[in-house]
Design a protein around this ligand. Structure first.
Ligand code: SF4
Ligand code: SF4
Length: 493
């Protein structure tokens, strides 16, 4: 693996704190521009369409098309690289230095809060269509900024990332398979090193001299935002690639670079929180695929539809039930056959004279552990499916970028394209004939990588053949649903 930190020009750039500061400031300025440009715009008076500004407004376009879809492309290649330039994480680290620095309570420590926030966002998308309106988009960002200030004042380090950032949580899962990592060059060097300045916050003096005038200013090394020592990193999920340890290491013992895909999957274990997040994500991706597959959509949404009818609930009630169904229950149902199969590994038939009390606690725990293990190899397939959604969206809508830059509110652009016809409607980048094969290729690659991951993980598990069958069933079921959608949508229409 080439160490990017030691390449002649790129290495100097990557080590430069000014490069990262500039990128973060730029990202912060863009965030503020999104808020300012979207704040007062909801609809266009006199225009019948309910959400005319969805693609022509800079706010909605840049957050829901460019950023969200671009993030998936970036995650495929560079894992959590976005976190390195994220203005929210950066501000969180800066502000928390001056707050109360309370430790995060253990009940808030896992990924449960952030996953529930992802569910809440899905509810807001279904109920309010926040992704279609610039003012809702701007308010969402302001809410997140308020949560950032709150968590920075109360808690130490990057509590916002852990509590309120679904993007970081999703990147955490995808980074596990990404071909990019930050590791120590030689762990023996770390073992012999008594300094902790690479990861702990510490103060130092900076000397500024201009001729005879000399000023000393006290500075603070930021330390590691997630409290890990680089030597202890054995998977990509926690490191946010902030580069603080690279800057602070007194032995120049860090390396950053590429590695094979799936390199860490067999030794990595998913925590309960990550397993829950993957379930929610599976439901969301599957529901997104079903948007263009009518039979699948009818099938997937039959339960919330019938429940809303029985309860006599109107559209809002149906949307609420749908969001809860696709994020919580549907993915559990999809994973159930594989789980049952995997559980068969512990089936024992013995003759006993006296029945024993069942070991209920042990049974519960092993059922959940089985779910985490089964979900681990679905990550490549999930990432590939997410990537397909991103590629299709970017292919269809990237042409709106010049319009959003020339008119931030999107009002004039909408009128020029859709009412006056003075500007042609932006077209697709790739023709459908090319796109459909690219989509199939991505899906097949994602499936094959997941099969490979199942094989790798099965080799390290007890009851390997039960695991193999259960996990293969799971990923084949998902891949089958997605392939059916792709064929109906891109090949048969
Ligand atoms: S976890 Fe979220 S808020 Fe934190 S740095 Fe990453 S993207 Fe930004
Ligand atoms: S290990 Fe280094 S790069 Fe990763 S989060 Fe900690 S300080 Fe940042």
């Amino acid at each position: 693996m080439r160490d990017l930190l030691h390449l002649p020009i790129l290495g100097t750039l990557l080590r430069s704190r000014w490069l990262w500061r500039t990128l973060r400031l730029l990202a912060l300025a863009l965030t503020l521009l999104v808020i300012a440009s979207g704040w007062r715009h909801h609809r266009i008076p006199g225009v019948e369409v309910p959400d005319p500004l969805m693609y022509t407004s800079f706010a909605t376009f840049s957050l829901w098309v460019l950023w969200i879809m671009g993030l998936v492309l970036l995650a495929l290649v560079a894992g959590r690289f976005w976190c390195a330039v994220c203005p929210f994480g950066w501000l969180n680290g800066l502000l928390s230095r001056y707050g109360f620095k309370r430790p995060l309570p253990s009940w808030l420590g896992g990924m449960l809060p952030v996953t529930l926030l992802l569910v809440a966002l899905q509810i807001a998308v279904y109920l309010l269509a926040i992704h279609r309106y610039p003012d809702y988009t701007a308010r969402l960002l302001v809410l997140l900024l308020a949560a950032l200030i709150f968590s920075s004042v109360i808690f130490r380090k990057h509590a916002f990332c852990q509590l309120f950032c679904p993007a970081g949580a999703v990147l955490k899962c995808y980074a596990r398979v990404a071909p990019f990592e930050l590791r120590v060059r030689d762990s023996a060097v770390c073992s012999d090193c008594s300094s902790t300045q690479c990861v702990s916050e510490s103060k130092y003096w900076q000397r500024y001299a201009l001729g005879p005038a000399v000023v000393h200013l006290q500075r603070q090394r930021p330390g590691c935002p997630v409290d890990i020592h680089p030597r202890q990193i054995d998977d990509n999920s926690d490191c946010t690639l902030c580069m603080n340890c690279v800057e602070n290491c007194c032995n120049d013992n860090l390396r950053l670079g590429f590695r094979p895909w799936l390199a860490e999957l067999q030794q990595a274990l998913l925590g309960r929180g990550e397993a829950f997040l993957l379930l929610v994500l599976t439901g969301m991706v599957t529901a997104n695929f079903s948007k263009v597959n009518v039979p699948l959509r009818e099938l997937l949404f039959a339960v919330p539809k019938k429940t809303a009818l029985v309860l006599g609930w109107q559209a809002d009630g149906y949307f609420l039930l749908s969001a809860l169904w696709i994020t919580l229950l549907l993915p559990l149902l999809l994973a159930l056959p594989g789980m049952i199969f995997y559980r068969l590994r512990s089936l024992q038939v013995t003759r006993v004279d006296t029945p024993l009390e069942p070991e209920t606690r042990h049974e519960k725990r092993s059922l959940f552990a089985g779910l985490s293990e089964l979900l681990l190899p679905t990550i490549p397939l999930l990432l590939a499916s997410h990537l397909i959604l991103a590629v299709v969206k970017l292919n269809a809508k990237l042409g709106y970028l010049p319009l959003t830059l020339s008119d931030l509110s999107g009002v004039k652009s909408y009128l020029a394209v859709h009412l006056l016809g003075t500007i042609a409607q932006p077209g697709v980048l790739l023709s459908i004939d090319l796109l459909k094969w690219l989509v199939v290729l991505l899906l097949v690659l994602g499936y094959l990588l997941s099969v490979l991951a199942v094989k790798k993980v099965a080799a390290t598990r007890d009851g390997g053949s039960f695991y193999l069958c259960g996990a293969l069933f799971n990923i084949s079921l998902l891949a089958g649903l997605y392939l059916d959608t792709v064929i109906r949508w891109l090949f048969l229409r």
